[in-house]
Design a binder for this molecule. Structure first.
Ligand code: SAM
Length: 226
């Protein structure tokens, strides 16, 4: 069994609710979800929940050494592995809900592309909204946010809620065809034109979330000590 699969299954056994999938995504899904990443210029690309790097490899290939690739992964083992295997990726062991404040703290602009591998189906409604509000705050006006849901769970309440919230927070949400060559098959949501102020504000959820979880930078140049 490849080490990627062993690492994934080990973390799945340790924290099933945070990993939220039975296997890493396959190449066809990775190609579909990263299709919005610019191949020219110096884009800032943010990846949420990279896990063992199924999307990371394709993002790196598309960037071809240009721009900047920032990956936020909450799991320490996955974050260490990713930083080791992808020295060109700025890896933060951090909660995706802190994305907007992390960009501000690092004087980074809004991202041209945000790609999510997060397990939306295991998040509560409030958690989904917190993270999506942080995505909206962190995405450039002409940027693109892409994420996925598993086909078999598409009509279950968490996935329907995700779709509803996406339509509230983005002017354009396009659902791609099913990627059958994935385990399990998945659908990709392509979201553009973020709506900065949610049309219907939920109490306590209108600002980007700040989670008290620690942030651990890997591969990220640190400011010189004086
Ligand atoms: C379903 S796996 C997907 C991994 C990879 N993107 C793929 O498609 O194979 C979900 C990943 O999201 C990470 N994750 C879960 N909650 C997170 C959070 N709040 N912030 C950052 N990463 C999170 C998990 O640790 C796991 O690596």
């Amino acid at each position: 069994m490849p080490t990627e699969m062993i690492s994934f299954l080990a973390q799945l056994a340790r924290s099933p609710r945070a990993v939220g999938a039975i296997a890493p995504s396959g190449v066809p899904l990775a190609e579909r979800i990263t299709a919005t990443i610019p191949r020219t210029g110096e884009p800032l690309v943010v990846e949420l929940g990279p896990g063992t790097g199924a999307f990371t490899r394709v993002i790196q290939r598309r960037l071809g050494g240009q721009g900047r690739h920032l990956a936020l992964e909450i799991n320490a083992t996955f974050a260490d592995r990713l930083a080791r295997e992808h020295p060109g990726v700025d890896v933060l062991q951090a909660d995706a809900g802190n994305l907007a404040s992390l960009l501000t703290e690092r004087n980074l602009p809004r991202a041209e592309a945000i790609v999510s591998g997060l397990p939306w189906a295991v998040f509560t409604a409030q958690r989904q909204r917190e993270i999506l509000s942080a995505v909206v705050a962190a995405l450039a006006d002409d940027g693109a946010f892409t994420t996925f849901a598993y086909q078999h769970a598409r009509w279950a309440p968490p996935a329907r809620r995700l779709h509803r919230t996406l339509r509230e927070l983005f002017e354009e949400v396009v659902v791609g065809g099913t990627v059958w060559a994935n385990l399990p098959p998945a659908v990709v949501y392509h979201c553009r034109r973020p709506v900065r102020q949610p049309l219907v504000e939920q109490p306590g959820t209108s600002r980007p979330a700040r989670h008290p979880s620690p942030v651990r930078p890997l591969n990220v140049p640190q400011p010189a000590q004086s």
